[in-house]
Design a protein around this ligand. Structure first.
Ligand code: PLP
Ligand code: COI
Length: 340
């Protein structure tokens, strides 16, 4: 079967594909799970996911190679983070092999929707874990649903590799110190909708959040991590217990060091010291690498490399990362998992 989609024009939007995976947890164990055509979840009105936010999600992509095969990028890392999030919210872990197997089944069942090589589009996979069943007190559910669905996507931020501007939120935090900032839970994103809307209606791609305790250091760039490049060939990214540990960021830290010969640092990124960076970017599964043109903080727009062109180091990092993901460049051991 061939599907008629304008792959090059895809944004980051929901599309209902033929198949998704679903598995139920009851009486202390997961069932085997299966693929289904039913895109609607049927759950109790008292589900803890609905009332108390007892839910977790992940995001990863399937890539079509030049040879036409399909591959995943570090899905074991997503499985591990999904387990860490589950632990934080007292939900049962989805074992790594079950997680990767479910992802593979969804990719294979929807393989006509994995975008062709060369379009830069990918199949985005969304694993989701929710507390369901009849509970009304604030306590963990006894039943859970694990599902994985998918859709083809293009750029998350409109610019793609063209730099865009971001706005520092002075009024809102993304996460509390010792809260759930490091877990991939929906509540973190619900709280980001209002500042995100403000930023977008004022012409910015998204919000930059500062550390919630002192409001002096960069933490997150919307749904992506921050990195900056110095004139001394350093790759610097924030270190904080309340940011999401981005798989893309940790991959870039390794690639910057081992393949680009850069000095890599996880540390403080003070908002009043942006002049130390010659380039800056946002990184994540959805964001890939999105160059930051400028950061608006109070009354000042701090411009990095350029407002119109991606900087040379960001470009090299992008080429290395994306080259590995699409199978054009050899990956470090264990990073690529073939689907077919
Ligand atoms: N930060 C937040 C808040 C995110 O939602 C994401 C997306 O997953 C990231 C960072 C990037 O993480 P990753 O590279 O694992 O996709
Ligand atoms: C991802 O990059 O996978 C994310 O989860 C970002 C998303 C919230 C759109």
């Amino acid at each position: 079967m061939s599907v008629s989609i304008q792959w090059e024009n895809l944004g980051f939007d929901y599309m209902k594909l033929p198949f998704r995976f679903i598995s139920y947890y009851k009486d202390g164990q997961w069932d085997e799970g299966c693929l289904t055509k039913d895109a609607t979840l049927h759950i109790s009105e008292s589900s803890t996911a609905l009332h108390y936010g007892q839910q977790a999600f992940e995001g990863l992509k399937a890539y079509r190679t030049k040879e036409g095969t399909i591959q995943l990028f570090r899905p074991d890392r997503n499985a591990a983070r999904f387990q860490a999030t589950a632990d934080r919210l007292l939900m049962p872990q989805v074992p790594t092999n079950k997680f990767i197997d479910a992802v593979k089944q969804v990719v294979v069942a929807n393989k006509d929707y994995v975008p062709p090589y060369g379009t830069r589009a990918t199949l985005y996979l969304r694993p989701l874990l929710i507390g369901v069943g009849d509970v009304i007190g604030v306590r963990p559910a006894t039943e859970y649903i694990f599902t994985v669905f998918a859709m083809p996507v293009g750029n998350y931020f409109k610019g793609g590799l063209a730099p865009t501007n971001f706005l520092v939120s002075e009024e809102f935090d993304r996460a509390a110190p010792y809260g759930t900032g490091a877990a991939k839970v929906g509540g973190n994103y619900a709280g980001s909708l209002l500042p995100g809307k403000y930023a977008k209606t004022h012409g910015y791609s998204d919000v930059i959040y500062l550390d919630p305790a002192t409001h002096t250091k960069i933490e997150e760039v919307g749904a992506a991590n921050f990195f900056g490049i110095t004139a001394d060939n350093e790759f610097i990214t924030p270190l904080s217990p309340s940011i999401l540990p981005s798989i893309t960021k940790y991959s870039l830290l390794e690639l910057a060091e081992t393949r680009l010969g850069m000095k890599v640092i996880e540390g403080d990124v003070f908002i009043d010291q942006l002049e130390r960076f010659v380039e800056a970017g946002a990184c994540g599964t959805a964001a890939v690498i999105s160059p930051i043109g400028g950061i608006q903080y109070k009354n000042n727009l701090h411009v990095f490399y350029s407002q119109t062109e991606v900087g040379p180091v960001t470009r090299r990092l992008y080429d290395e990362l994306v080259g590995i993901q699409f199978g054009d460049i050899e990956a470090p051991e264990g990073w690529i998992v073939k689907v077919d």
